[in-house]
Design a protein around this ligand. Structure first.
Ligand SMILES: [Zn+2]
Length: 589
């Protein structure tokens, strides 16, 4: 930690004196091999000629350099938590990280309070405002430790409660705890499984009766969210409390579309059009929900044995990203993929440290990817490619420290992660990287099964919050019958198995709307001479320059529309969905 403080102080001095070369540099605590270094140089050189260096300079240099140190230690603190470790990968004990973080906080706070007498340029004012906002939104404290008093593991007693007696925050926390408890431990046919394992087995289980048992073993999960579906159920109470809290303002769900210039009604129309298109490709007769998962799972059944272990999916993941010029190891991307007790079962990507500036040079950060994989398989490969998509995105950030962060919009962030990852669903890609492929229709069913389910959930959330009195079980069975071709089961709350429905209203809309963004981005990349099918090592540097580098420097909408040459359109996704129907599309559109 002393080294880091000394380094940043020195950088501050150096920044005043030095020029603005856009050159990669490595320094502690980054530990890369010589070959990795040359690969990094290649990536960065390919990025030049870049903008003038975003290294701290000018009247904000001291404040921004201390902000960068604060970010570094806060990232390291979260990294320790994610790893469940007492030492950082560089060997620092937790106490030292905490101490450095405390020092970094007080240094930044002192500089912020001291202010500056020099008038700031508009860019500097914006950067300062961003830092102040981050400071008051959690950087000043260990935010992740202080919120959600109701979180933690639910227990039997705790989960036997009266929803009406809790306020919105406490009900949200209680529901999530009880949901997590129910989802983490499910016994079926003598096997102890969890929600993800069951959903993972449905597409692979050949015996329909066993599929049905697997599916229905999720009932305790559904009940943890929606009880017996009476008006006082946890979820129905939650929806009412949310509506009250939101009042007449737009809900978080309704705000998703307008962030990209899309009126709420228009977004709903896009969703129903895409869902209608995918319905066209389905059999006319309705499928039971457990059979629907199986129907979508042909690609997974055929291709999973080709990447059976975690090592297999890592190998394919690394090979693909290397082909497009983004070898994960050279970009400083780290993986922690194995399960362990107490580990968050959700896959995610975070900054172990972010790219930072020292003496006018860029020091490569370390994106970290966390999952809990017991084995490989096609579906885990798909998820791993998505997470690495996040990793290569944040590895490409080239902006000043104030803006060195995820973009300002989650939908955009999720779409960026899929831009390269979705190539997995092309038969040609499968033959090249897996050695075998499934027919296009089966590949596209695999690609879109998750997306159309997310779209159905998005539609569900839009409608249930518009009419809080509606029966959610009835609403879900209507949506899934009409758009997914699933036999109605209004007697079950089988929609109630996504944690985001509890703690992130509208978050599932990210995935749904993100699919439109991704399809448009991929189509536009191809039209601009960078198709993914042929890949090539210039693809990543180009994406870095055009899409990935901005962080908070520009709004997501600005970056997106600059890249697309206008507003996002639904057509590329609808066209891709139409490929799924193949010969069935004649009569429709
Ligand atoms: Zn993601």
């Amino acid at each position: 930690m002393e080294a880091e403080r000394a380094r940043t102080d020195k950088a501050e001095e150096a920044d005043k004196a030095e020029g603005t070369a856009f050159i990669p540099a490595l320094s502690a605590p980054s530990a890369l091999s010589a070959s990795a270094f040359s690969a990094l140089s290649a990536v960065l050189l390919a990025c030049s000629p870049g903008p003038p260096t975003p290294a701290p300079h000018g009247p904000l240099a001291r404040l921004e350099t201390s902000y960068q140190a604060l970010r570094y230690w806060d990232d390291q603190r979260r990294l320790l938590g994610s790893l469940g470790a007492e030492l950082t990968p560089a060997g620092l004990p937790e106490s030292a990280v905490r101490e450095s973080l405390a020092v970094a906080r007080s240094t930044f706070n002192a500089k912020l309070t001291a202010g500056s007498s020099t008038p700031l340029s508009p860019a500097d004012s914006g950067a300062r405002a961003t830092m102040v906002e981050a400071w008051s939104n959690g950087l000043s404290t260990d935010a992740t430790e202080t919120n959600d008093g109701e979180r933690g593991t639910g227990n039997g007693d705790q989960c036997n409660y009266q929803p009406a007696e809790l306020d919105l925050d406490r009900l949200t926390g209680r529901m999530y705890a009880c949901y997590a408890q129910a989802a983490n431990l499910i016994v079926v046919d003598g096997d102890t499984l969890n929600r993800l394992a069951i959903l993972g087995r449905l597409p692979r289980t050949g015996d329909p009766a066993r599929r049905r048992r697997l599916f229905l073993s999720l009932q305790p999960v559904w009940r943890s969210v929606n009880g017996d579906n009476r008006a006082g159920s946890p979820y129905r109470t939650l929806v009412r409390l949310r509506r009250e809290a939101w009042g007449d303002t737009a809900s978080p769900i309704e705000r998703k579309g307008p962030a990209f210039g899309l009126a709420p009604a228009e977004m709903e129309r896009w969703l129903t059009e895409a869902l209608g298109e995918s319905r066209e490709a389905m059999p006319d007769s309705l499928l039971e929900p457990w059979d629907w998962y199986y129907y979508a799972g042909e690609a997974s059944r055929r291709l999973s044995p080709l990447v059976a272990t975690v090592a297999d999916i890592r190998r394919v993941n690394d090979a693909w990203y290397t082909v497009i010029g983004a070898p994960p190891e050279s970009l400083g991307i780290h993986y922690d993929l194995a399960p362990r007790p107490g580990k968050d079962p959700v896959a995610y990507t975070d900054f172990g440290s972010r790219n930072r500036w020292a003496s006018g040079r860029l020091v490569q950060g370390e994106p970290w990817i966390f999952t809990a994989y017991l084995d490989g398989g096609f579906d885990n490969l798909s998820e791993l490619l998505h997470e690495t998509g996040h990793g290569i995105h944040i590895a490409a950030l080239r902006t000043r420290p104030a803006w060195m962060d995820w973009p300002d919009n989650d939908t955009f962030t999720e779409a960026l992660a899929d831009v390269a990852a979705l190539e997995l669903y092309e038969p040609r890609w499968q033959r090249r990287f897996l050695g075998d492929s499934v027919p296009l229709a089966a590949a596209l069913r695999a690609k879109y099964a998750g997306i159309v389910l997310d779209m159905a959930w998005a539609l569900f959330e839009i409608r249930v919050h518009r009419q809080p009195e509606v029966d959610p079980d009835r609403l879900w069975s209507d949506i899934t019958r009409e758009y997914l071709g699933i036999a109605p089961h209004p007697e079950w709350s089988w929609w109630a198995m996504r944690g985001q429905l509890i703690d992130g209203p509208g978050y599932l809309v990210n995935y749904a709307l993100g699919a439109f963004l991704t399809a448009d981005l991929r189509a536009r990349a191809a039209r601009r001479g960078h198709p993914f099918g042929t890949g090539g090592p210039s693809l990543y540097p180009w994406l870095g320059r055009e899409l990935f580098r901005f962080g908070l420097e520009r709004s997501s909408r600005e970056v997106l529309e600059q890249f697309l040459g206008g507003q996002v359109r639904p057509d590329p996704l609808l066209a891709d969905l139409r490929r799924m129907a193949g010969g069935r599309t004649g009569a429709h559109r």
